[in-house]
Each structure stands twice: as structure tokens, then as C-alpha cells.
Design a protein around this ligand. Sequence first.
Ligand code: DAH
Length: 342
Amino acid sequence: MSHSSLKDFLSEVENFKAETKEQLEEFRLKFLSKKGIVAELFSQLKTIAAENRKEFGLEVNKLKKAAEEKFENFRYLYEKKTADVSGIDITLPGEPFLIGSHHPVSIVRKKIISIFSHIGFSLSEGPEIEDDWHNFSALNFPEDHPARDMQDTFFVKTENGTRPYALRTHTSSVQVRVMESTKPPIRTISPGRVYRNEAISARAHCFFHQVEGLYVDEGVSFADLKQTLLYFAREMFGADSQIRLRPSYFPFTEPSAEMDVSCFLCHGKGCNVCKYTGWVEILGCGMVHPAVLENCKIDSNRYTGYAFGMGIERITMLLYGIKDLRLFSQNDVRFLQQFAGL
Ligand code: DAH
């Protein structure tokens, strides 16, 4: 087989016109079938002188590719021409593509992380199965504190019957881990899932999400906490937001407070969301208790710190007017789809 005849085959492939079924079959038989030209050329390969074999092989491959492409092209055009569209209603609207959406809790978690990352807070995480020390003792919970009770906490059974592990009941456990492993200055937030032994209802669930915040350095004051929270509230709920701090109690902070934000729906006029008070409760906070700093081997004479903790579902419910906590974990597409594009 000479070079020139190979070239002739190539131009024959290129100029072939196959419009009918018979021509299509003719083309296939001639070039691509078991006894066709391409197969025949390949079978000649071993008879070609070694020095020409590679070039010959490449040329035959080229021919094969060209013939296959041409054949597919013919077939496509033939099928298009002869397709039977009777019985198909081409005016029917197409099936819409369902585009996924972020979960509302993820949307709000991301927003919280972004707000705090702009003012230098790093991200930290801790385990969901936590020991008594990190979840309670280091945080200054007295031995007989009711929060340790079976009512609130899912304890993890161990083989010898002791129960040193629990599903963490709050992300405050992560502040202990961070303080134990890092030297001040510390400025971090810790988002994560937490668990409580609660009956499931529209207002309570056995798991939800929190974001914990912690800032420890020399000279950190309550004024720093207040200003940081005001910045957060304005970024999260709108530039005209006001905050107020009410005295409260947490074992791991002293003094402790709860923060309310001015109602971003009615702007103080009074509505369902703020229960006609003009304020909605958003988070707990305070100055890290010196005993907690000492538990984490941080010198409480030299360092002070503040901490805060907020529930992500709670903020999400307020922002989007969601009335039932269970919606977050039912994965009903009708609910989730409403957050597409956010
Ligand atoms: N851990 C508290 C809770 O789960 C929230 C909290 C309150 C965290 C005050 C804090 C804080 O860091 O200072 O209800």
C-alpha cells in the first residue's frame, strides 16, 4: 500500500456524501467494517518495512479517525432528518433544573464568621463528644450544678459505667480548649453543633448550633466587649441597630450579661417578634471568670478576657421569620428552596 493511496482514501472519506440509510451503510462497510479499508490497512502494518511502520501507522490512524467522525456526523444528520416528532408536544415547557441552596443555618453561620473575621477573630473548633472538664468543670460549673443533670445533657455511656464524656451542651467548651493550647493574645470564634436532652418542639431541639466568641489579652475590658457586640449587631441586623446589656448569670463569666438588640422588624414600635418590647434577646456574654483563666493556666492577674455565645438557629429564625425549629432538620425542599441564591 503506497502513501498516495492512503491520501486518496482520506480525500474519498472527506468527499463522501451519505444522505440515505443505504449510503450510510455503504460508507460503514467500505471504511469501518471488519473487512473495510481501515481494518485492511491495519492488517498490512506488519508487512511494512520497520523504518516506515510508525509513519504508516499514524496515517492509518488519521484515516480511521476521519472516517469515524464522518460516520457519526452522517448518522446524526440522518437521524435528525428522519426523527419522528409526531406524538411529541414541542410546546410543553421543559423540566426545570432544581438548583441547590445553602441551608439557612449555614448562611447565617457564614455571615457571623465573616463579621468577626473582619475584626481579627480566628476560627477554632472542638470535639462534639466532650469530657466533663472542658464542658463543665473548667468553666466553673459547681459539682452539683443543675446543668449537669441528666435532664439537659446526653452522657456517653462507658464500659465501666462511669460517664466522663457527654455530647457538648455548648461551644463554650472550645474556649477552654483554645486557652489551654494557646497563649494570649487570643481572639477567636468557635462555631459548632451542640446537644441538649430536650423534648423536641417548635422552640426546642435536641441539637442546634452556636457560635462562641473569646478575646483574652492584657487590659481587655467590658467596654471592649460592648463595642464589639455593637459592631456585630449593626453588621448583622442593620446599621441603625442599638444594643442593651442586662445583668445575668453564667458560671464562667463575671460579670455576666445578656444582650438584646433593638427590634430590626418594627424598629421599636412593637411587633410579634419582639413581643411588643422593642428588643430581642440575642446572646449571652461576660468577662471570663478569673477561675476559668486559671483552670486553663492563664495568669488572671495579668490577663483579662471577654466571651460571648449565641445560638445560630435563634438568629436565623429572627432574621427570616421562621416559626418552628424543627424545620431546620426536616430537610423539606419546600423550606430549603426559599433560601436559594442567598
Ligand atoms: N454557653 C452559654 C449557653 O450555652 C452561652 C454563653 C453565655 C457563652 C455567656 C458565653 C458567655 O461565652 O460568656 O447558653
